[in-house]
Design a protein around this ligand. Structure first.
Ligand code: SF4
Length: 524
């Protein structure tokens, strides 16, 4: 029997009786009152930097509540999967992580949150093993929800007779609190049934739009980022008021809202004291940052306050929409604490296609921002996202994209084949482009990107740069420059025994390696 408890948008409303659930409840071998520091949790994060920032916040809140974090690959008492739904690939990867958690420890409490949970709560709740579904709108109360869940579910033993078969699915067991959000969004596909993991047909080359960084590496990479004390993602803005026709994000993240400058400054001061060297300002629509308590101020004011009122060594800004970018902000980059890296999603070089995408800039504005930034901030890395095969994209439209990309010579371009996302306007548009055409266009841009990436790195050979060391791999310490060069460093004394993590060093760049640059440490 399934037990659905309604969660209001503002918090838990345990409107159903939990009594039937308790008879076969399994999970944890403790009650909240008896919790010890051994009670562990693990988080898997899919999707964008905002989701990563959310996971970092959840991690902090869970730790403050007395839970101990462990790696997602380890056996944990509580698994939290912070999902993504930006493409079908995001949905699928989310289901895979849920399935992995269930297999790793069938009797753990399995909590699912994030965008996929927001848009399809009932479908997610029906997945085997899922105990608790928390939408984005109540993500901030996730720890409270977990505690409420645990209080409502006193556990007598870790493995009951019923649970002795680890492959027994939760479909045979009660489901616990589930967020009901009926009719939540126009375009929501919440009523769609879910098929089993890996059964959903996937595009040949799954597209990802701007918010996705690299789904294939997220589960562990994002998690390990949570455990390093080098860089912290900080969400200063959430939601989006735009309606780009290919994007599902506004439907799962709601309208734009921003934290106050004062609260961000205080947060960064705390992080600096805790030893972080770099802060990454993130948001779903970061350029639309306008503090809720003072809408006249913008991202430039926030950065100026951080430079003035905190001592954080590096400030990095994540993706900015070209429509928001103000050229006068570039003056802030005169301060060496500002990382010389801008991610400006271009999406297309054709104004006709940009209009069909409902993007709020044209190719001329885009060109102007990039060329001005390169002029005023020497060495700046400009990265971008480009979608190929958007509905209606002709050969001529694509040629305009290619020529603009070739002229602007991006330090890195993420190329995505358009993949219709159910619930978006673009999925219903006429003129869907054939897969083989999308593929050919993507391949041309990828080849261009390979050249440009190499050229960008090559120009710094012979220079001495600052590298913030993060990890030790294959016999060398490596880290990032402010302009996003990955540097492997030779010549660090006692590198196997000394922990250089979170140290800023000077290195002279001597040759290209794989996707980075080899450097030797120099005394300064
Ligand atoms: S600006 Fe466009 S692409 Fe970015 S989150 Fe908003 S709707 Fe999506």
């Amino acid at each position: 029997m399934r037990c659905f408890a309604a969660l209001s948008m503002t918090g838990l409303d345990l409107s159903c009786s939990f009594e039937p659930c308790l008879k076969s409840r399994k999970y944890l071998n403790y009650m909240t009152d008896q919790r010890t520091s051994e009670t562990t949790f693990a988080i898997a994060t899919l999707g964008c930097k905002v989701n990563q920032a959310d996971s970092e916040a959840i991690s902090e809140q869970m730790s403050a509540a007395g839970f101990a974090q462990c790696d997602f690959n380890d056996t944990a008492d509580i698994y939290i999967v912070n999902t993504c739904t930006v493409t079908h690939m995001g949905d699928r990867s989310s289901r895979q992580m849920i399935s992995q958690a269930r297999r790793r420890r069938p009797d753990a409490l399995l909590v699912v949150t994030g965008c996929y949970a927001e848009i399809n709560p009932q479908g997610v709740a029906a997945l085997p093993g899922v105990d608790l579904v928390i939408g984005n709108s109540i993500k901030e109360s996730l720890v409270d929800s977990i505690n409420t869940q645990l209080k409502a579910s006193p556990i007598t033993s870790l493995h009951t007779e019923e649970d002795s078969d680890p492959l027994k699915t939760k479909a045979q067991k009660p489901l616990l609190a589930v967020l009901h959000v009926d009719d939540q969004h126009i375009g929501s596909d919440s009523s769609l049934p879910l098929v089993g993991v890996d059964e959903e047909p996937q595009p040949e080359n799954p597209s990802q739009i701007s918010q996705i960084s690299d789904l294939s590496t997220l589960s562990t990479a994002a998690h390990s980022r949570l455990l390093t004390r080098t860089r912290v993602q900080m969400k200063v803005q959430d939601g989006c008021n735009n309606r780009c026709t290919y994007c599902i994000v506004p439907y799962v993240r709601g309208g734009s809202r921003s934290r106050s400058i004062q609260s961000v400054v205080e947060h960064v001061q705390r992080k600096t004291k805790a030893g972080f060297q770099e802060i990454v300002l993130t948001g779903i629509h970061l350029g639309d940052y306008h503090p809720d308590n003072d809408k006249k101020r913008d991202l430039g004011d926030l950065i100026a306050a951080l430079l003035h009122d905190t001592e954080i060594r590096r400030i990095r800004v994540s993706s900015l929409e070209p429509e928001d970018f103000r050229l006068e902000w570039l003056e802030l980059w005169e301060n060496p604490r500002m990382c010389r890296h801008l991610h400006l999603p271009m999406q297309s070089g054709s104004d006709r296609i940009l209009r069909r995408m409902a993007r709020r800039y044209n190719s001329e504005r885009y060109h102007n921002i990039v060329t001005t930034a390169k002029q005023l901030v020497p060495g700046i890395a400009i990265s971008t996202d480009i979608i190929t095969g958007f509905p209606g994209e002709s050969d001529n439209d694509f040629e305009q994209t290619y020529l603009l990309a070739r002229e602007l010579q991006f330090a890195k371009a993420h190329i995505f084949r358009f993949s219709p996302r159910l619930g978006t306007a673009a999925a219903r548009m006429q003129g869907q482009v054939k897969e083989e055409i999308k593929k050919a266009r993507s391949e041309r841009l990828l080849a261009l990107n390979d050249q440009d990436v190499r050229r960008f790195r090559q120009q710094f050979l012979g220079e001495t740069v600052q590298v913030l060391l993060e990890s030790y791999k294959h016999g060398r310490w490596e880290g990032l420059t402010d302009n996003y060069l990955r540097v492997e460093v030779d010549g660090l004394t006692d590198s196997t025994n000394q922990n250089w993590q979170n140290t800023l060093i000077s290195a002279r760049l001597i040759q290209l390696v794989d996707d980075g640059v080899l450097g030797v440490m120099v005394e300064t």
